[in-house]
Design a protein around this ligand. Structure first.
Ligand code: COA
Length: 184
């Protein structure tokens, strides 16, 4: 399923001790599973400006009907980035099950990395899987000699903002939106 295992350990939550591994997907065999995890575990708070301009969302409060097929295309491209060392798709697994994903893009010319998506299945949140994914992403980006890592997060996605801040991310830009025709 995947290449190098970047982290492997045992987590404890409610007495369960699953072994969680984080690695890059080397091929598209689990593509549909990754797409399903992203689609089923993100609500409209996840929508950002990029989701809208890339047509995954109709507007900031509604996903596009064809989000699934666009996601599949995007993830397929992202998996291919691994061979060119331009990013890839990290998966957190327990046995054969994928519990979380992070989609990465490296801009080596400008020395920055992008976390395009990071999603953990709802029922496995709060037990360190997101931390493992983001740690593996930053480790890989540091190895690739990148200097900054950026990501975009919807304004209503407050718990994710807390998660990113707790990993050292700082607000770098604020986006403004006004509905045309609205009076002030
Ligand atoms: C954001 C997300 C990936 C985090 O994954 P996770 O597996 O639940 O995260 P972890 O269990 O590793 O980490 C939780 C940590 O984040 C911190 N955290 C979470 N929410 C927080 C909040 N609101 N404020 C401050 N810290 C917060 C916790 O302190 C915890 O740190 P700890 O391990 O030191 O206690 C997950 O919630 C998710 O998939 N959300 C939906 C998709 C999404 O919004 N992705 C981000 C889009 S930009």
């Amino acid at each position: 399923m995947s290449t190098t295992i970047l982290s492997h350990s045992r987590e404890k939550k409610n007495g369960i001790k699953p072994a969680i591994a984080v690695s890059f997907l080397s091929n598209a065999r689990r593509l549909q599973t990754v797409v399903r995890i992203i689609q089923e575990n993100t609500n409209t708070n996840y929508i950002t400006h990029s989701e809208v301009i890339e047509h995954r969302a109709e507007h900031t409060r509604r996903w596009a009907h064809f989000r699934h097929s666009l996601l599949a295309d995007d993830i397929k491209c992202a998996i291919r980035r691994l061979k060119k060392r331009e990013g890839g798709v990290l998966v957190a697994t327990r046995g054969r099950s994928i519990l979380g994903v992070a989609v990465l893009l490296f801009n080596k010319r400008q020395h920055y990395g992008v976390i395009e998506d990071i999603v953990v299945s709802e029922r496995y949140r709060g037990c360190g899987i997101g931390h493992k994914l983001i740690a593996a992403a930053m480790h890989t980006m540091t190895d690739a000699k990148l200097e900054n890592v950026i990501l975009e997060s919807g304004i209503r996605n407050e718990s994710a903002h807390g998660f990113f801040r707790s990993h050292g991310f700082k607000t770098a830009a604020v986006m403004f939106l006004k509905r045309l025709g609205d009076s002030d």
